[in-house]
Design a binder for this molecule. Structure first.
Ligand SMILES: Cc1cc2nc3c(=O)[nH]c(=O)nc-3n(C[C@H](O)[C@H](O)[C@H](O)COP(=O)(O)OP(=O)(O)OC[C@H]3O[C@@H](n4cnc5c(N)ncnc54)[C@H](O)[C@@H]3O)c2cc1C
Length: 472
């Protein structure tokens, strides 16, 4: 197909090992489709990278032709910045290799790997590191924004386990960022998102986990949510770090262990994960059942890798999604009551509110040690507003915003950039709090023209009230 780049595009094709996909080409629609069906954008060029060396020519092509650049890892981000209109999309969906060195407990991961690819490769050696709870999420975006999941209480955020990254910067240079080289860059990418360059390989440290863990769900009727949440709050205070319990409030899916009469009715679900000895886990979780009268339970030993996929059926791609989240250092009565009030008026049956407990190792890292600064956060409350029909957009978005506003008085500072929508760009500086000024300085150095701006953008401009601390 003829495009305005017809001549130049041929040299781009010749200059890379991967594929250039243009509008009208086979695979174009598949390539531009991302997890959130609310995002429908049409890049002028998709560069499907086959190797890290494909990235500099892609950046150079975009710069020469005045195209915006978007970067796609797993394509999961709710804001949809991984795909752009009329720009160039650097697509890593074909680069998913995960190489493991079991002796040194290290994994070397390409940026298109999904959590399922990552977990499968490292669990083959009985190893794991904290990542998210939905296996189709991309490791790249998750890591660059912070990353947390079932192992975070014990082993910290995903970024706390990042050892190094290979990157291509805005000027096309390939660099390594780690504790000894390009330290500022290494600091910035541990939470600063895709603002500083394109990562072509992540190196993680790994921990022995599983392969069997104790995990599953304990489900209570919604009219017991208040007593369940209050007891949960107390329980969480003394739970050992190997034990992570999150709460999900939503209409009950048709799970076989729930009575049919409960299907579609609101429930409070304790999602339980224990990575230590199974028998000890059984002992530790026993009190959870006494928070009320459970209507169903499915908890037992299972492979870690299976648990990492257990929520996938509720989080499939192709639905419309709008999320909002707050951090909490404590769950005040008012916060819990607000959660219950809003679950009582869900706008659509796939909507849910999630309380994620992340207290532990991540809180021991000083706020200034990585770009991710919300080191006091013990809980993350995320509203998964999810529906199928565009006709429901208005009421679903309104419900989500209303909950966010009502819960705000109880929330702590900072915000998780990975859960922020496109419209929340005003929240970016607050998300990074005391680290924002340093992030701006590093952005000025590595991307002064802001060519990587399709993200929760840190602009390379002076921050009011700060002086330039630019180092040589
Ligand atoms: C269903 C679902 C469940 C989730 N669960 C969790 C969870 O349990 N824990 C958690 O921490 N988060 C969770 N998240 C949030 C998730 O971490 C973010 O959506 C994350 O951005 C996804 O990464 P991705 O690579 O799939 O996304 P993409 O949309 O591909 O990328 C997101 C952004 O990251 C940047 N980026 C991606 N790849 C690169 C790269 N190689 N180099 C430079 N920049 C890059 C770009 O700016 C891009 O716009 C969840 C999201 C969803 C949709």
């Amino acid at each position: 197909m003829a495009t305005r780049f017809s001549e130049k595009i041929e040299s781009l094709k010749e200059g890379i090992r991967g594929k250039v996909v243009l509008p009208g080409d086979g695979g174009y629609d598949e390539g531009r489709r991302i997890w959130n069906a609310m995002i429908d954008r049409r890049p002028a060029v998709i560069v499907q990278c086959a190797a890290a060396e494909d990235v500099p020519p892609a950046i150079a092509f975009a710069r020469e032709n005045g195209l915006e650049i978007s970067v796609r890892g797993g394509g999961h981000n709710i804001a949809g910045y991984s795909v752009c209109d009329d720009g160039l999309m650097i697509d890593f969906s074909k680069m998913k290799t995960v190489r493991v060195e079991p002796k040194t407990r290290r994994a070397y991961v390409e940026p298109g790997a999904r959590l399922a690819d990552f977990d499968e490769a490292i669990q083959a050696h009985g190893l794991a590191t904290p990542v998210g709870i939905n296996s189709t999420t991309g490791i790249a975006g998750l890591t660059l924004g912070g990353g947390f999941g079932w192992l975070t209480r014990k082993h910290g955020l995903t970024v706390d386990n990042l050892i190094s990254a290979e990157m291509v910067t805005a000027d096309g240079e390939t660099v390594r960022a780690d504790a000894n080289s390009n330290q500022d860059l290494f600091w910035a990418i541990r939470g600063g998102g895709g603002n500083f360059g394109v990562v072509t390989q992540f190196e993680f440290k790994l921990h022995p986990v599983g392969p069997q863990v104790l995990a599953g769900l304990i489900v209570f009727p919604f009219n017991q949510a208040k007593q369940v949440l209050r007891q949960y709050r107390e329980f969480a205070k003394s739970a050992p770090r190997e034990l992570t319990v999150w709460v999900v409030l939503r209409p009950a899916p048709p799970l076989p262990f729930l009575p049919a009469s409960m299907h579609g009715k609101e429930v409070a679900v304790l999602a339980v994960f224990y990575s230590g000895e199974i028998a000890e886990g059984e002992r530790l979780i026993a009190p959870l059942r006494r928070f009320g009268d459970p209507v169903g339970e499915h908890v037992g030993p299972q492979p870690y890798i299976q648990w990492q996929q257990d929520f996938d059926p509720l989080l499939t791609p192709g639905a419309r999604n709008y999320w909002k989240s707050h951090n909490f250092t404590e769950l005040a009565d008012g916060a819990l009551d607000t959660v219950i009030e809003y679950v009582g008026k869900l706008p659509s049956p796939q909507c849910e509110i999630f309380l994620g407990h992340i207290e532990g190792a991540a809180n021991e890292v000083p706020a200034g040690a990585t770009a991710y600064s919300a080191r006091d956060a013990k809980f993350v409350v995320n509203v998964h507003t999810r529906w199928e029909n565009a006709g429901e957009d208005e009421k679903c978005i309104a419900w989500s915003r209303a909950f966010f506003k009502a819960a705000a008085p109880y929330a702590s500072s900072g915000a998780y950039v990975n859960f922020m929508t496109e419209e929340e760009s005003e929240r970016v500086s607050a998300a990074y709090g005391p680290n924002y000024a340093r992030l701006v300085e590093i952005k000025k150095r590595y991307d002064p023209e802001n060519i990587f701006h399709l993200n929760q953008n840190i602009k390379p401009v002076e921050v009011a009230g700060t002086q330039s601390r630019r180092s040589a």
